[in-house]
Design a protein around this ligand. Structure first.
Ligand SMILES: C[S@@+](CC[C@H](N)C(=O)[O-])C[C@H]1O[C@@H](n2cnc3c(N)ncnc32)[C@H](O)[C@@H]1O
Length: 393
């Protein structure tokens, strides 16, 4: 592909990204993969260049752009060499017309930027939401230890007990230590959220929104594979990805349960009032993970945010029914919006006099309301809100 054809390719992918944002379609990563599946002639350098251009344009535009071309013109407005590639030659974008629409710069759509500012994320902490994410792994203590593991690449320790940070783009999945389950890819913020559960061997723990089990695996390691660990989700496909990961990790203790949306407690009756701890890693807007999915800013609308808030409140209620007297509930979202964090836990506690806020004290982050928050700017992690509530006896 010529440099200009790469720009045109990125414009076409951006059109698909913008369309997917409004229809709930596939994430940018998948759309890029689809684009190249239909263009086998493209080499690895082409793929990397088109991918980098696509993500640079997504990061450069705040509000949803009118088109892929308007998004790319945003980048070209600050990069004369890129603007020159709009030359109308074969496979290149058409020349830039006088007064052509250019997408607006910024952090996010205006309402969202405002909501973040009201949640204490503005200026450099807001800009850091769109930086490039590091690559963190967690050493699986069921099979190895951070102090002794031999890795094929340089790594530095993070603040999580078993966390290591690698160069972004390191192909961890191709390492033997990955295939053999000695390490898992997991952001340090996510590892710290698991630490907040304080899971111990022999306990009964429910991971209510386990997804593909990123946090479940960390809990199994904390529990030394002893006790009861029930991983639930309503998404069959996501949950089905947990079994092979657990097998690789040597986490034989995990039981999975597929829940029926709206009737979750029906499949959890035997655990009602019995769990030592319930982790609610709730579905959310993902504002804390924009470094990895910057197009997620364009998917969110006030209506979608309201639906997340409603779902989180319901899930908190379900989790509360499962916790035994003196047990604990750990509420986590990868969002930095108070609506999905501090406000949510305030409402939970206000409605339940038999629950109190527990202390979260992690090696990174700071208090936010009755919970705790880690974020890219201060902590170099994805953004997470983490709260702990304890049930009276
Ligand atoms: C933030 S993700 C979980 C990520 C996962 N814990 C991890 O560490 O990789 C939220 C999950 O909640 C699930 N979910 C949504 N509604 C749910 C419900 N009513 N009951 C249980 N899980 C639900 C989603 O399918 C999604 O997998």
């Amino acid at each position: 592909m010529t440099p200009a054809a790469r720009v045109q390719g990125a414009i076409e992918i951006l059109d698909a990204v913008i369309e997917a944002a409004s229809t709930g379609g596939a994430p940018a990563d998948r759309l890029i993969a689809d684009y190249f599946r239909a263009r086998r002639y493209a080499g690895s350098k082409d793929r990397r260049a088109v991918r980098d251009l696509t993500y640079a344009a997504i990061r450069a535009c705040g509000p949803v752009p009118a088109s892929g071309r308007a998004a790319m013109l945003r980048l070209a407005a600050e990069d004369p060499a890129l603007a020159l590639l709009f030359d109308g030659s074969a496979h290149a974008p058409a020349p830039i017309a006088e007064g052509e629409q250019i997408a607006l710069p910024g952090l996010a759509p205006e309402w969202l930027e405002r909501a973040l500012a009201q949640s204490g994320i503005a200026g450099p902490p807001a800009e850091a939401l769109l930086a490039r994410a590091p690559l963190d792994i967690r050493v699986n203590t069921l099979k190895a230890d951070r102090g002794a593991i031999d890795l094929p690449a340089a790594a530095v320790r993070t603040e999580a007990p078993q966390g290591l940070r690698l160069e972004p783009g390191t192909r961890v999945e191709q390492w033997d230590v990955f295939r053999d389950g000695l390490v898992e890819v997991q952001d340090t913020g996510s590892q710290l959220a698991c630490q907040a559960v304080a899971a111990a061997p022999g306990e009964t723990i429910v991971d209510l929104c386990a997804g593909a089990g990123g946090k479940t695996l960390a809990l199994a390691a904390e529990m030394g594979n002893r006790g009861t660990l029930v991983a639930c989700d309503t998404d069959r496909q996501r949950l089905s990805r947990l079994a092979p990961r657990a097998e690789r990790a040597g986490a034989g203790m995990i039981e999975t349960r597929l829940l029926d949306p709206g009737k979750e407690l029906e499949s959890l009756e035997d655990l009602a009032g019995k769990a030592d701890a319930v982790l609610v890693d709730a579905p959310c807007s993902g504002t804390g993970t924009w470094r990895r999915n910057p197009e997620a800013r364009w998917r969110l609308t006030p209506g979608r945010l309201a639906r997340f808030v409603e779902a989180q409140e319901r899930l908190l209620g379900i989790a509360a029914d499962l916790v035994r007297p003196e047990g604990r509930l750990i509420y986590v979202t990868c969002s930095l919006l108070d609506a999905e964090g501090a406000d949510q836990i305030d409402r939970f506690l206000a409605a339940r006099s038999d629950w109190s806020a527990g202390r979260v004290d992690l090696p990174l982050g700071r208090a936010r309301g009755k919970g705790w928050r880690v974020e890219p700017f201060h902590d170099g992690t994805d953004g997470f809100f983490i709260a702990r509530a304890t049930r009276a006896c």
